[in-house]
Design a protein around this ligand. Structure first.
Ligand code: COA
Length: 329
């Protein structure tokens, strides 16, 4: 039966591993015990200084294209979800297009913070179902470690770098993307803020740099934590109900990878065994828009996901944004 499909996934992680102990050795006032206990994170990947977001996005995309059996010239649209683009203009998706030589594709970036990959799939769904495009490449890619404030131990330990990608198409082969769901609440926008080179922080001055306006700011971690737990749970329930699926019939929860304690909390509240959560948090930390795309690709490639499995992909991010997807592999 022809329906919306994920026909290829791919990911890329920079090779440099930085452990919690490395952060301590680098002078940060923290400990492996504190970070592991509060977050589950043991290490993260950090991109080399010369590597930009579109470089990692290109590697992940090539892997996804290979799995899909497509060439870059087959792609009609590239949607790149990121809060750390190479440049604000042109979009990082344009740099990516050039690196892939996907010359037929239209391109744009989207900003939905850590929810970006599911927002991207939701946009792709519209174009594919109305037959505007045949093949859409959705990518989440971030160099979060370049925008964090390395003197703020309350937030800098959380983040890492990397990229994940998926090729979507209408067809009869591949995993069925049963539904996607997206939500936002701008009234809570200040809880996770990246003024960067936006108009709030422009023009860039010595004063704006001294104030750290170029850094990611997490105002109240506990409030973000609670909002994320609610967002994830709502997203799991919404996608299950929409598809008439009982939550207990879901084989894998592949969430945005923020904090292990969030999923321990959800596991208890919703009675979902922890083994059903596919988590990359210990080795990669939070890679914002790339996190769930990387986890999906790893779960496919290591054989955790088998044909017929039902996968729920709840996401939550700054903005605030949240949403979910239901996939039948
Ligand atoms: N190492 C050691 N101590 C640290 C620390 C670190 N890296 N970061 C903070 N602390 C200290 C604080 O200074 C505070 O000390 P005090 O009690 O002497 O004042 C204490 O630990 C508790 O800090 P608190 O911020 O209340 O901890 P927490 O239990 O809320 O955990 C987070 C902090 C960030 C791990 C947690 O709030 C969280 O995960 N929030 C969600 C973040 C997130 O996922 N954001 C992205 C969403 S997509």
């Amino acid at each position: 039966m022809e329906s919306l499909r994920i026909i290829g996934t791919g990911s890329y992680l920079p090779p440099r591993v930085v452990t919690n102990d490395d952060l301590v050795r680098g002078g940060l006032d923290t400990s492996d015990e504190w970070i592991t206990k509060r977050t589950g994170i043991r290490e993260r990947r950090i991109a080399a200084p010369e590597v930009v977001t579109s470089d990692m996005a290109a590697q992940a995309s090539l892997n996804a294209l290979e799995m899909a059996g497509l060439k870059a010239r087959d792609i009609d649209l590239i949607i790149l979800a990121t809060v750390t683009p190479d440049t604000h203009c042109p979009a990082a998706a344009n740099w990516l297009q050039d690196k892939l030589d996907a010359h037929r594709a239209a391109t744009f970036d989207i900003t939905a913070a850590c929810s970006g990959f599911v927002f991207g799939m939701n946009i792709a769904e519209q174009y594919l179902k109305n037959r505007t495009f045949r093949h859409v490449l959705v990518v989440g890619a971030e160099v979060m470690t370049r925008v964090v404030d390395w003197s703020d131990r309350g937030s800098c330990v959380l983040w890492g770098d990397g990229a994940g990608a998926a090729v979507l198409a209408m067809g009869e082969e591949g995993a069925q993307l049963l539904s996607t769901h997206i939500h936002s609440d701008g009234s809570q926008g200040k809880s996770l803020l990246l003024p960067g080179a936006g108009s709030m922080a422009s023009p860039v001055t010595h004063e704006s740099v001294d104030k750290g306006m170029h850094h990611l700011k997490m105002i109240d971690g506990k409030t973000v934590f609670r909002a994320a737990v609610h967002g994830f749970m709502d997203a799991i329930v919404e996608a299950a109900r929409h598809n008439n699926i009982a939550v207990e019939d879901i084989d894998w929860i592949i969430p945005h990878q923020a904090n292990i304690r969030m999923f321990q909390n959800i596991s208890q509240t919703m009675n979902i065994p922890m083994e059903k959560f596919y988590l990359t948090i210990p080795k990669y930390g939070n890679i914002s828009a790339a996190s769930c795309a990387i986890a999906l690709d790893e779960a496919v490639r290591d054989g955790s996901i088998q044909k017929g499995h039902l996968i729920s992909m709840p996401v939550f991010g700054g903005g605030i944004t949240w949403g979910g997807a239901m996939i039948r592999w």
